[in-house]
Write a protein that binds this ligand. Structure first.
Ligand code: FE2
Length: 434
């Protein structure tokens, strides 16, 4: 039986809220900030604003006969990787384009908002059309999060958020592992609201008994690995990972810098001492995997992660979120709308813990799993070139981060990145065989 979550199901309302949230994220930027690309892996804010609007045009083109795109020039610049719509502009050259201008992109953004809002006011949209617009809304949520990663890289503490809240206080916690029984587990999205094609169908997987950390790996724990020469010893590293850290001269997570013998990071709060109690953030898969090897443990598979997050053993059912089926709130998790602009300390969200007692499985940092990103058995594509063309050389991450909008996360959500990427808000927890 499908579990009905309390997620809002009103398409127009979700659309309006999402468009407003995008605009609020960039409201305090200077015009110059919109154009600059500070690294090949990030995109200028102007591009994000235009691209999310262009993707809405893509959906309109699939639902309205003879739809004509607003502008060929815009489509070429704003197409990320959809070859069905022509040759995309080079990702690492998005910051070199002064046209379309920032003003033109804003005009385009508002024009598309009005166009789509008019369509969504129609009560008789068929199921397929509704699903496509839900997908476009969720796509925009994904870009809001990418925009936050990029704003940190571009501006760090020169970014002025409209809202900035303090993180809740950490409650006393001690490192703990939780034993979880193996057997058959039915993984995948169990609800009846929007989810991506890669979260379904639900299917059985067999798990051995395992143990999983109740808490995310902290900066203090990770620092021990660094100080123990973790980045100097090949025996902890996958071959590709060892090559990567040699070539890039990595000796710590991204944004870490040793100044006068002390580890400093630079984020939305400025240059600051590493907080030992926050989860480690900005590590690649290679680094997460190397830490686990150093610690004599391993990363969980995504099925192990999901069972630890969502399985209610007492009632023998799976919930949408670790705490149940109630939509995420600021008492449950540190997500974008918490507007804390960094991780909270581990143990800061006891109300969000899973039935098994795992903390912060939603929010704070995406968690690397050892699972390859591919389709579940019985996978059917929901949108050409969106998810399934990435079914190679990527690992699955679960749980969302402090940059993830709360409407777009759930226990079954599968994010994916290449193994060497680390500008996203990613950390991990360890698992062990029994
Ligand atoms: Fe996109």
């Amino acid at each position: 039986m499908a579990i009905v979550s309390e997620q809002k199901s009103n398409l127009l309302q979700q659309f309006n809220e999402t468009r407003i949230r995008t605009l609020k994220l960039v409201q305090t930027l200077e015009k110059d900030d919109f154009v600059v690309q500070t690294a090949p892996f990030m995109s200028p804010p102007k591009w994000h604003l235009g691209h999310v609007s262009w993707l809405l045009e893509v959906v309109m083109s699939k639902t309205i006969s003879n739809y004509e795109f607003y502008s060929q020039e815009f489509s070429e610049y704003l197409n990320s990787y959809y070859h069905q719509f022509g040759e995309p502009h080079d990702k690492d050259k998005r910051g070199l384009a002064t046209r379309p201008t920032v003003d033109q992109v804003f005009e385009y953004f508002h024009m598309i908002t009005n166009k789509v809002a008019n369509i969504l006011q129609n009560d008789s949209l068929d199921e397929k059309t509704q699903q496509l617009f839900f997908m476009a809304i969720n796509h925009e949520c994904q870009h809001q999060e990418l925009l936050v990663y990029d704003l940190q890289h571009l501006l760090a503490d020169r970014y002025r958020p409209l809202t900035k809240n303090s993180a809740p206080e950490q409650l006393k916690q001690k490192s703990q592992t939780i034993k979880i029984d193996g057997g058959l587990y039915k993984m995948g999205y169990p609800g009846d609201q929007f989810c991506y094609d890669i979260e379904i169908p639900e299917h059985n997987v067999y798990l051995n008994d395992y143990k999983i950390d109740a808490y995310l790996i902290t900066n203090m724990q990770y620092m021990k690995f660094v100080d123990d020469g973790g980045y100097d010893n090949f025996k902890y590293w996958l071959s590709d990972g060892w090559d990567k850290i040699q070539n890039e001269k990595w000796n710590a997570p991204m944004y870490w810098e040793k100044i006068d013998g002390e580890w400093i990071t630079c984020d939305f709060h400025g240059k600051r001492r590493i907080n030992p109690n926050e989860p480690v953030c900005h590590v690649s898969y290679y680094e997460a995997d190397a830490y686990c090897k150093w610690a004599g443990k391993r990363l969980p598979t995504e099925a192990e992660w999901e069972k630890a997050a969502c399985w209610d053993k007492k009632n023998q059912l799976k919930t949408i979120f670790p705490w149940g089926n109630e939509s995420p709130d600021t008492v449950h998790a540190n997500l974008l709308e918490s507007y804390i602009w960094s991780c909270a300390e581990v143990g800061a969200y006891p109300n969000g813990k899973s039935h098994y007692g795992c903390h912060q499985m939603i929010g704070d940092v995406w968690e690397w799993t050892s699972s390859e990103f591919c389709g579940y058995p019985g996978f059917k594509t929901g949108f050409s070139e969106y998810n399934d063309k990435w079914f190679a050389n990527q690992k699955v991450l679960r749980g969302g981060s402090f940059g993830t909008p709360s409407t777009s996360i759930r226990g079954s959500y599968r994010n994916f990145f290449r193994l060497d990427e680390r500008w996203l808000f990613a950390g991990f927890r360890c698992a062990e065989d029994i």
